[in-house]
Design a protein around this ligand. Structure first.
Ligand SMILES: *[C@@H]1O[C@H](CO)[C@@H](O)[C@H](O)[C@H]1NC(C)=O
Ligand SMILES: *[C@@H]1O[C@H](CO)[C@@H](O)[C@H](O)[C@H]1NC(C)=O
Ligand SMILES: *[C@@H]1O[C@H](CO)[C@@H](O)[C@H](O)[C@H]1NC(C)=O
Ligand SMILES: *[C@@H]1O[C@H](CO)[C@@H](O)[C@H](O)[C@H]1NC(C)=O
Ligand SMILES: *[C@@H]1O[C@H](CO)[C@@H](O)[C@H](O)[C@H]1NC(C)=O
Length: 779
């Protein structure tokens, strides 16, 4: 047979190129747990011997190593050729070998995916100081964050009046660029930075773009850290005086530790994009466990889902849970598509984002007399008069492609035609603040950012550099209709004001990632929702609020949106619960948060999505967090490290190398049998019987009755339907039988489509409602 010559020529030409691209790749070689009897030196030697077994020389092996993980996590990160990685993955003792992956911070100021948005409100989650007092405001609890560093000079991190650093703390305060040991204090007690993986991937850090130290240039880490545990700071506001009031973290007296793992991507014309490398994160988590943190808050994820044993956050969190550390992660901002939720391991608390009961209302007045409500936190206002109004497409350069006409992307507007006008730009593709910068560059005097359909009615506010407003989809369409209906469109944008009374909240943020879990559908994810839309928190003074080069403003507080912001709310709440119940497991604390979460908004109506439709557990998990109720949940669903290992067995992992003390049973339980405070049955055929065990953490003598709202198309039966407890600490097991109904209509609706319901244990005094959502799809 003849081979087409062109083809072979191409292959020959491409081959050297291709191999040089993949040759120097960082891999993580993961061994699971340590056997327990080795010194740190012996562990390093052991890692070295594995490396040496695939490398040419001693020198090769030493120089290829980036990290030896030797505290809780057993593994190493090294530069390997694919064939070396392949060889290692077959070696005895190796659990998995996986390539370094680039993760990112979960804020929406990074490039927006076409998504919906819908806000929910935080209804006075911390209104009753009783909870804070009981928890001593989180005193003696340590929360570690993986993020972009922090700004130590922020008022949110002063340590006046704080007690000593908790005795068990073993972490360090790592010095570096503009950061010395005096920058750690009794509030932020530890700070480390990790960038070996980053520098391997991108070359040496450009020190004009970030600090070679725990100091935060980005702002994101300062923001999340202050949400978890910033001190109470009175009389703060964003630029323009928005959201004036007292700033406070969820657990204002908690101790904090920063593990800086995220760095700017070089050679981009913006400083917005950042990256966090697998191997750097794993090193950080290994240290955090060793250092003695109680809670880990990780607002980081990747767009592509990965199996648990290839995912540094899942691997790290598994070791964390073995040490009874609570790991809280952001669910991602990749909504509204199903299967977009990330960080879905069942030993992680996965947090979606919803709105607060606060808005920054401003109106767009149109020449036809219409007055449309929008939101903004721009500190600049227009002089009171009418301005010509155009849509970007009308003043775009002729070469801008049609589908991008209204997007105000950099360089797309013609300066001749923009001068003195208010410009309407469509949201999406690029950042919102950059659209404002483009309108400014072209001489426009005002900006309206309108949601495209995918974003719904959800608005993320920004500190623009010019007078601006942002409107939801419906108002955006009204504005476009008006512009298109006249050749003399005029508008005015009113100054915005902060409104925090009477706002219906929470609603789900349109960007928030949605279940089911792409990794294992038998665990319902996300777990819970918390505020993540338009959150004001501390900021880095090392960069401007928009991070654009032309922005020279320096602020102490700034707005951000994203599941990055909702995650530290739950981390703060978990820290309070740890303070109140120091003996509770991480699973018990998660259970308390989940079973007490609210599914109604502050008007006692179901929480909605970004389009005003009723939201479901794939958006909010068990509901909106209610920390006060979580402190006293009545019953908890506990789970141990071994339970998670059994779960891994049930989904097909062979754990022979992971841990020396555990073997998968021949017949492991089903994945949905994990003692989780929610239930997901992805492919129901006939009947599934699952079981759960609750632990009484309420009063000694109590009686609980089961209540069920079955999902459409199935019946749900709980047995026994009543649980009697004599003592606190007592455990009771019950079964849940879920059966497909033979109803034609119901079957039609439910087939291959998830339906939702719940069951609740309610005690005889009506004090406790221990609620669990159920998601079922018929096969
Ligand atoms: C640390 O840096 C600050 C300036 O940011 C300086 O005032 C202080 O003296 C330094 N402390 C030490 C111990 O070097
Ligand atoms: C905050 O502002 C109020 C009113 O302007 C003032 O009375 C109070 O002293 C301020 N508090 C602080 C801590 O600055
Ligand atoms: C972004 O641009 C693409 C074309 O490149 C377009 O298909 C998409 O709809 C745009 N997204 C948004 C949210 O506007
Ligand atoms: C529950 O009973 C134990 C003894 O069985 C007792 O020590 C404890 O105080 C009781 N707790 C409450 C809340 O009554
Ligand atoms: C609870 O107490 C009742 C009566 O006091 C007793 O009959 C029952 O066996 C006890 N149950 C358990 C599980 O201890």
């Amino acid at each position: 047979m003849e081979e087409p010559p062109v083809f072979s020529l191409l292959v020959l030409l491409l081959l050297p190129l291709l191999t040089s691209c993949v040759e120097n790749q960082v891999y993580i070689v993961y061994f699971g747990e340590h056997s327990g009897d080795k010194t740190l030196h012996e562990i390093e030697e052991n890692h070295h011997s594995y490396l040496l077994s695939v490398k040419e020389s001693e020198e090769d092996a030493r120089s290829s190593l980036l990290y030896s993980y030797k505290h809780s996590i057993n593994g190493f990160a090294a530069v390997l050729k694919p064939e070396e990685a392949e060889k290692l993955s077959g070696r005895k003792g190796v659990v998995s070998v996986f390539k370094s992956t680039k993760y990112t911070l979960h804020t929406t100021r990074s490039w927006e995916f076409a998504g919906l948005e819908d806000p929910s409100n935080e209804y006075n989650a911390y209104d009753k100081d009783v909870l804070l007092v009981k928890a001593q405001f989180g005193r003696d609890v340590i929360v570690g964050l993986l993020d972009s560093g922090y700004w130590p000079e922020s008022q949110s991190f002063v340590d006046t009046g704080l007690g000593p650093v908790p005795k068990r703390w073993k972490g360090i305060c790592q010095t570096g660029n503009q950061f010395n040991t005096s920058h750690c204090n009794r509030k932020v007690i530890g700070a480390h930075y990790y960038l070996k993986g980053y520098e391997k991937a991108y070359g040496a850090l450009d020190r004009t773009r970030d600090y070679f130290s725990p100091l935060d240039k980005d702002g994101h880490g300062t923001h999340t850290t202050s949400i978890v545990g910033g001190r109470r700071v009175h009389n703060v506001s964003a630029l323009g005086g928005f959201a004036y009031g007292t700033a406070s973290g969820g657990a204002p007296l908690v101790s904090l530790a920063m593990y800086k793992v995220c760095w700017p991507i070089p050679d981009r014309d913006n400083k917005i994009e950042n990256t966090c490398l697998s191997e750097d994160m794993l090193a950080a988590i290994d240290d955090a466990i060793e250092d003695g943190v109680d809670v880990l808050s990780i607002s980081i994820g990747a767009y592509d889902p990965t199996p648990y044993d290839q995912n540094p956050i899942a691997v790290g969190a598994l070791h964390a849970v073995k040490n009874n550390i609570i790991t809280v992660c952001s669910a991602g901002n990749y909504g509204p598509a199903p299967y977009s939720v990330r960080n879905t391991a069942p030993w992680i608390i996965t947090v979606s984002a919803s709105s607060l009961d606060r808005m920054f209302l401003a109106a767009v007045e149109l020449g036809n007399g219409e007055k449309l409500q929008g939101e903004t936190v721009t500190p600049y206002n227009l002089e009171r008069k009418w301005y010509p109004l155009v849509r970007a497409g009308q003043i775009a350069h002729p070469e801008v492609p049609k589908y991008l006409l209204d997007q105000c992307l950099p360089g797309s507007l013609s300066s001749d035609k923009a001068k003195g006008k208010i410009v309407f730009c469509l949201r999406g593709n690029g950042t919102r603040v950059a659209k404002g910068a483009e309108v400014m560059r072209a001489g426009g005097v005002g900006l309206i950012v309108g949601n495209s359909e995918a974003f719904g009615e959800d608005i993320s506010v920004d500190s623009h550099l010019l007078p601006a407003n942002a409107v939801g989809y419906q108002n955006a369409m009204k504005i476009l209709d008006y512009i298109d209906s006249t050749n003399n469109a005029m508008a005015y944008i009113t100054p915005a004001k902060t409104v925090s009374h009477g706002i219906t909240a929470p609603h789900m943020a349109g960007f928030t990632s949605v279940g089911p879990s792409p990794v294992s559908e038998a665990v319902l994810k996300p777990d819970i929702t918390a505020p993540g839309l338009n959150i004001l928190a501390a900021w880095s003074e090392g960069d401007s609020p928009t991070k654009m080069d032309l922005d020279h403003r320096v602020v102490k507080y700034n707005f951000l949106s994203g599941t990055s912001m909702s995650c530290p709310h739950i981390a703060g709440a978990a820290a309070l619960l740890r303070a109140i119940h120091p003996t509770w497991s991480s699973a018990a604390i998660r259970s308390a948060l989940m079973t007490t979460a609210a599914v109604l908004n502050n008007k006692d109506k179901p929480i909605t999505d970004a389009f005003g439709n009723e939201a479901n557990p794939f958006l909010f998990g068990s509901g909106h967090f209610m920390p006060k109720q979580a402190a006293d949940p009545g019953l908890v669903y506990d789970a141990s490290y071994e339970d998670y290992l059994l779960y891994l067995c049930s989904i097909g992992y062979n754990l022979k190398d992971l841990t020396p003390n555990f073997r998968c049973p021949t017949n492991p339980p089903a994945p949905h049998d994990l003692n989780y405070p929610s239930i997901a049955i992805p492919q129901l055929q006939g009947t599934v019987v699952t079981y759960r065990t609750v632990t009484n953490v309420g009063s000694n003598r109590s009686v609980y009755y089961s209540l069920v709202k079955a999902p459409l198309g199935v019946s749900v039966n709980i047995y026994p339907p009543i649980l009697y407890f004599n003592e606190s600490g007592e455990k009771k097991t019950f079964t849940i039988t879920i059966q497909a109904e033979n109803l034609e209509g119901a079957y039609y609706f439910a087939k291959n489509k998830y339906q939702f319901g719940w069951y609740t244990w309610r005690d005889s005094f009506g004090t406790y409602n221990v609620r669990s959502p159920i998601a079922v799809a018929l096969a």
